[in-house]
Ligand binder design. Structure first.
Ligand SMILES: Cc1cc2nc3c(=O)[nH]c(=O)nc-3n(C[C@H](O)[C@H](O)[C@H](O)COP(=O)(O)O)c2cc1C
Length: 185
């Protein structure tokens, strides 16, 4: 899992919490900007977020196990993914461990889920999403859905995190699934 410095670091934190609760092993790498955003947007400390990962890496640890395709992992999630990290990934730039692990995930044809967050989007942002999508990434923009009638920010966060878990075929009960509208609505 990679957490970069886009708004919405709570998505990454919630995903770590849920995966920990479900008993999954997570390998976490955060950018320096992610740590700034954690301080700006949440009551968590970067240290407490790092404690949620089974294994934590320094962003410059380019020799870490996850930088090699020979290291077996199920996939990677960049959540949230800043436009900077998206652009670097789309351009094949891998000058930190998060970007290297993400490009390895793509080249090994393992699932890479990218949760970009920015608005509005420039043509460069849009084209970068197309590029990573063509390369095999699944782009899951941090866009709330309202058909579930969210009552809180937690509901909105859980919905997005649940969508990510669905893509990884991990069972969860983070949101109620749409079952159509009853006739009396
Ligand atoms: C509070 C805060 C919110 C930010 N929100 C976004 C955002 O939503 N999307 C984005 O692309 N960058 C956002 N940024 C800017 C990135 O953090 C910045 O471009 C940084 O260089 C990204 O580096 P990284 O990709 O290595 O994490 C935000 C920065 C701060 C401090």
């Amino acid at each position: 899992m990679g957490i970069s410095g886009a708004s919405g670091v709570i998505y990454g934190i919630r995903l770590l919490e849920v995966l920990k609760k479900l008993g999954y092993e997570t390998h976490l790498v955060m950018t320096p900007a992610a740590k700034v955003t954690i301080a700006a947007e949440t009551d968590y400390s970067s240290d407490s977020v790092e404690k949620l990962g089974s294994k934590v890496y320094r962003i410059n640890d380019i020799a870490a196990d996850i930088s090699s395709g020979s290291y077996q992992m199920h996939g990677m999630i960049l959540i949230p993914c800043s436009m900077h990290t998206l652009g670097a990934l789309a351009s094949g730039i891998a000058d930190n461990l998060m970007l290297r692990a993400a490009e390895v995930t793509l080249k090994e044809r393992r699932p890479l889920i990218v949760v970009p967050r920015e608005t509005p989007l420039s043509l460069i942002h849009l084209e970068n999403m197309v590029r990573v999508s063509r390369a095999g990434a699944i782009v899951v923009p941090a866009m709330p859905a309202f058909y579930e009638r969210p009552k809180s920010i937690d509901d909105i966060v859980n919905h997005l995190v649940g969508k990510v878990l669905d893509l990884l075929q991990i069972e969860h009960n983070l949101f109620k699934r749409w079952e159509g509208m009853s006739a009396d609505k």
